[in-house]
Design a protein around this ligand. Structure first.
Ligand SMILES: [Zn+2]
Ligand SMILES: [Zn+2]
Length: 115
């Protein structure tokens, strides 16, 4: 780490190089994700999971590892979930209502007039 006259420099060439590479990786990942969001390549798996495109392809898998209690927003059944990304609906209700388990959007993102 080099020191300058008016204080310590915190950005070095190494930081710039690392950040540059990291930004490129993030762009590739985002582009790949966007591609999947739009083309819905795993329709079957997504429908089996009962999730909308955004929840299935769009979200990062960021969730805490802790069993979390949650209640289905339709039938009121209580359940526990292995991480903190708790669903809004149980699988049965999501299937029956054609809603995303995670966020309760229409599973094909159609505009709904009824539940
Ligand atoms: Zn339910
Ligand atoms: Zn969703």
């Amino acid at each position: 780490m080099r020191t300058e006259r008016d204080g310590r420099r915190t950005v070095e060439l190494w930081d710039v190089q690392t950040a540059t590479e990291r930004a490129k990786v993030h762009i590739d990942e985002a582009a790949h994700r966007a591609e999947r969001l739009l083309s819905d390549p795993d329709t079957k798996a997504r429908r089996e999971a009962v999730e909308c495109r955004w929840c299935f392809y769009g979200r990062n898998g960021m969730s805490g590892q802790a069993f979390t209690e949650w209640t289905c927003g339709a039938c009121g059944e209580k359940a526990s979930h292995p991480n903190t990304r708790v669903p809004r609906l149980c699988a049965a209700c999501a299937k029956e209502l054609h809603l995303c388990r995670q966020c309760c959007a229409d599973v094909e993102l159609r505009r709904r007039r009824t539940l």
